[in-house]
Design a protein around this ligand. Structure first.
Ligand code: GDP
Length: 670
């Protein structure tokens, strides 16, 4: 009579039907289970019934939620359809929290609607009026811009952001160089000459895009040049407390010497506390007077080094390409002296300054941002002063090639903006709900995985031959290494195996790299970069292989070794000896026993046999048994007679030559 009932924990039950405890307890009455809102345990019989109905319960809950959501979205009283729509005034910029309050909707709902519109915003993040108005429409409200509301100037300051970075997170980045000077003294020409002779990754004869900055290489070091000569841009950038440039080149024409704009440039550079190099240009001209320039500089308290001062001067001709390498070497030297200041944290949330911006007919608003901290990636949400202004739909480098991401000091063209920002605006990434969202995306991608995989592996080369492929994703610290690695990998010679670079990019290995590796079944190669903690976890969990290198040769050796493993072995034939058939003892369907005399070398019991008649191979076979003097032997030497039990087509005739050979499989190596 006292049989103990088996009880089940409510939390356990909820977990089994994939609901939270409170969700389950709330919905159970709708299915006739009245176990009470505060129940802790249920008896087994009821539990089993609930388990059976799991799918139904979940579906119902989903429907309930949807209905509730729709209900919330409906206009509030007074805004019923047909009724006059009340106007709600909102300021040009408003935080998500305040916006929810003003329109009287739960803030979660506002965030959800924002997400639907591609904006990942947190409570405190601000949205602009345009975004707010779109949301208003969704909620059936009419929003108008509040009159006389001044946008509160609360500008972000690059210096403050960088100042917050802890020293140990900082890593060296390429120096950023700006060129200034009086009009017509040759700033544009100098930038063009450097670009033409030292720019990286540019195809011969290719047209580089003007995006306001480019990267050049000198002695394996990358230099970022701001390609917008002019004091205006520099001053605009400076207004945010930013020291956009690390080194300034002051161009002074040798035939014209110091002029008003030269003096203005000197002032700006000195105020910004940027180290300065004077390029004395146009020395090819007959009326060039380098000494006069030096004298004029000295009178401005810029005493040239060779006069015992500290001002570095480099005579050049931008037109004739004279002294340009000296100038670049000097830049490297100055950058080296300043190296403690030329640092950034590539793992931080990305931040940079707009150096160029326009509206493109095809691509809409486009901006070039010089990344100053963190790594900007495709898909990032961009804000200026906390106001969302677009998503980085596409990133391009100065050669207009797609970039997956941009690390510090990389000038990057961003496509996908809502409007063209101003030069000097500080762009920050704010991906609040990013992680959650990315996870969902990763899941979607994985669902398609098998499909993509088969596609990649059935790849054929140009001749229609099937080739094996090693898919790799390459991440490197600098563009130069990345290009060299990519090029070298693609150049590894093999008919059978090829390296396919699924993706390449700069910066640390991120979760999106892991996702890509999963979908494309790729190996991730990190050159002088690390994996973010999230990426490292994911890689471990999902069995994605990451290999780190800091020497290119080691990297190539490793890949070659992997490729070698995929090669089919090479079969090498070795002739052992020859014997002449003297007698046929037995002929069966698939074998013969013959007597032979070894004429050359040896015949081994393990040999393969080629039957040769009048110089032609009649057939091939193997040896079942080798005898000498009625004894089973492993080998018969030249001059000896033997009996051979031959397995193969029974086509041997007297006087045929049996060539004994062995075949060895040799592992091929790339
Ligand atoms: P910016 O106004 O400072 O950008 O000057 P530009 O680069 O447009 O140059 C002004 C003019 O000077 C152009 O006609 C250039 O071709 C010319 N120029 C620039 N560098 C040199 C040089 O080293 N030698 C000579 N002879 N002419 C130069």
């Amino acid at each position: 009579l006292f049989t103990r009932l088996n009880l089940m924990n409510v939390t356990e039950l909820a977990r089994k039907i994939k609901l939270t405890t409170s969700e389950m307890l709330e919905i159970l009455p709708e299915f006739g289970f009245d176990i009470g809102r505060k129940a802790i345990k249920v008896d087994e019989k009821i539990a089993r019934k609930i388990l059976e109905m799991g799918d139904q319960i979940r579906l119902k809950l989903e429907l309930n939620k949807k209905a509730k959501y729709e209900e919330l979205k409906k206009p509030t009283v007074g805004l019923q359809p047909g009724a006059e729509v009340k106007e709600i005034q909102i300021p040009p910029v408003i935080s998500v929290r305040d916006f929810a309050q003003v329109i009287n909707r739960p803030v979660n709902l506002v965030i959800k609607e924002l997400m639907k519109n591609g904006v990942m915003a947190s409570l405190n993040q601000k949205i602009d009026f345009e975004t707010a108005a779109i949301l208003g429409d969704e909620f059936g409200l009419k929003l108008i811009l509040a009159a006389g509301q001044e946008e509160v100037e609360q500008k972000q300051n690059v210096k403050d952001i960088l100042g917050k970075e802890s020293k140990s997170d900082l890593e060296a980045r390429p120096p950023i160089i700006v060129v200034m000077g009086h009009v017509d003294h040759g700033k544009t020409r100098l930038l063009d000459t450097i670009r033409k002779t030292n720019v990286m990754g540019q195809e011969a004869g290719g047209i580089t895009q003007h995006i306001g900055a480019y990267q050049a290489k000198r002695k394996d070091r990358i230099l970022t040049f701001i390609d917008t000569p002019g004091h205006e841009a520099f001053t605009a950038m400076r207004s945010r407390g930013a020291k956009v440039a690390d080194v300034a080149i002051l161009v002074v024409a040798a035939n014209d010497s110091v002029k008003p704009q030269t003096i203005e440039a000197i002032k700006i550079i000195q105020q910004a506390e940027v180290p300065l190099i004077v390029a004395i240009n146009k020395i090819d001209l007959p009326d060039a007077d380098i000494e006069k320039v030096k004298k004029d500089l000295a009178s401005m308290n810029l005493i040239p080094e060779d006069w015992g001062g500290k001002t570095i001067t480099v005579p050049i001709s931008a037109k004739e390409n004279i002294g340009i390498e000296d100038l670049l070497d000097t830049v490297l030297l100055v950058a080296e002296m300043e190296k403690d200041k030329i640092m950034a944290n590539p793992n931080a949330t990305a931040m940079g300054t707009v150096i160029e911006s326009h509206i493109d007919k095809g691509e809409g608003p486009v901006a070039t941002v010089l990344i100053q901290n963190g790594t900007l990636a495709v898909g990032d949400n961009l804000c200026i002063d906390d106001v969302f202004f677009g998503k980085a739909r596409n990133l391009r480098d100065f050669n207009n090639a797609d970039l997956a991401q941009a690390v510090p000091s990389v000038p990057v063209k961003i496509i996908g903006l809502k409007y063209a920002p101003k030069v000097g605006d500080v762009v920050c990434v704010q991906n609040v709900i990013e992680r959650k969202n990315k996870k969902a995306k990763a899941f979607d991608i994985r669902k398609e995985e098998t499909h993509i995989n088969s596609k990649l592996f059935a790849a054929q080369d140009e001749d229609g031959q099937e080739v094996k492929k090693i898919n790799v994703i390459v991440k490197a610290d600098v563009l130069g290494s990345l290009e060299v690695i990519a090029e070298s990998l693609e150049k590894i010679e093999s008919q059978e195996v090829k390296v396919k670079i699924v993706s390449k990019g700069l910066g640390n290995i991120t979760d999106s790299d892991i996702n890509m590796a999963l979908t494309s079944n790729a190996l991730i190669i990190g050159f002088n970069v690390k994996a973010t903690p999230l990426a490292a976890d994911m890689a471990r969990e999902k069995n994605v292989e990451i290999k780190y290198f800091n020497v290119i040769y080691h990297l190539l050796d490793d890949i070659k070794a992997r490729m070698s493993l995929l090669l089919s072995p090479e079969v090498v034939r070795k002739d052992l000896g020859k014997a002449e058939v003297l007698a046929i003892f037995k002929t069966e369907a698939k074998n013969m026993v013959v007597g032979a005399k070894v004429r050359e070398g040896i015949i081994a019991a393990t040999s393969k046999i080629e039957v040769v008649r009048k110089g032609e191979v009649i057939t091939r076979g193997t040896i079942k048994e080798l005898q000498a003097g009625k004894q089973k032997v492993t080998e018969v030497a030249s001059g000896q007679e033997c009996g051979i039990n031959f397995i193969g087509k029974p086509e041997i005739k007297i006087n045929d030559i049996l060539v004994a050979y062995s075949e060895e499989e040799l592992k091929k190596i790339i």
